[in-house]
Design a protein around this ligand. Sequence first.
Ligand SMILES: [Zn+2]
Length: 248
Amino acid sequence: MSINYRIIPTLLFSSLASLAVLTTAYQYNKDNKDHQRAATLAAESTFQASESPVSVDLTDADNKYAEPSDSKQLTLALKYVAFQDNTGQPVLNEKAIDKLTQEVNDLYAPCKIHFIAEEFKPVDPKTYGLEFNTQSMNDLTPIRSQFNDNKRLVVINTGDWNHNSMGSANAWTTMPGENPAGAVIEANAASFAGIVAHELGHYLSLDHKSDSSNLMNPIIYPDSTVIHSWQCEEMRKAAESYWTSAIR
Ligand SMILES: [Zn+2]
């Protein structure tokens, strides 16, 4: 297993009141040919302080948004699992998830792909033999196993991660064909629509694209919002190949 991180130069972090910067990591596991894609939130404290770090302007005529003319809307069901801390507070509550899903849908609207938050499951991780704060990369598969759901795409929001052992990644998502499937996102990144939308792109088979305006750019900026029509088509094919039971 090798992990390559792309880290943004530190100078970018100096004044990030409005710039939420994410770096993204890639893991390729040669042993079982599994792919996982991850995103890393680089400016955690800034991000936490920001109410809405992503600005999405869907009316920008310069954005080459995809418009698959003959495609019908594709609706996919999501299941959000939110770990509760020791006071019983979930990482995201239902209201936050509604807002998040709307923001993700705004990003995906040009693709005519729509997500519905079909299930919200706040859980005490201890009852599943899990810790609120994820300690190691080895914990991710047991987490996915506990909440696996073949009728919905699963987004699991845990507490913050131990970055000493896990590197700088904030989210790891399985690629199609890998089981158990699921996006696991730490609390610092949980409410950031850009990172959730990016992870759902991986969930639906997309690789990174080196283009800072693109949703799948390895580094996500507030205006990394473009999804090309070919990316839309790739995601549709993945949904129809792997996630038909999640299509509504
Ligand atoms: Zn990524």
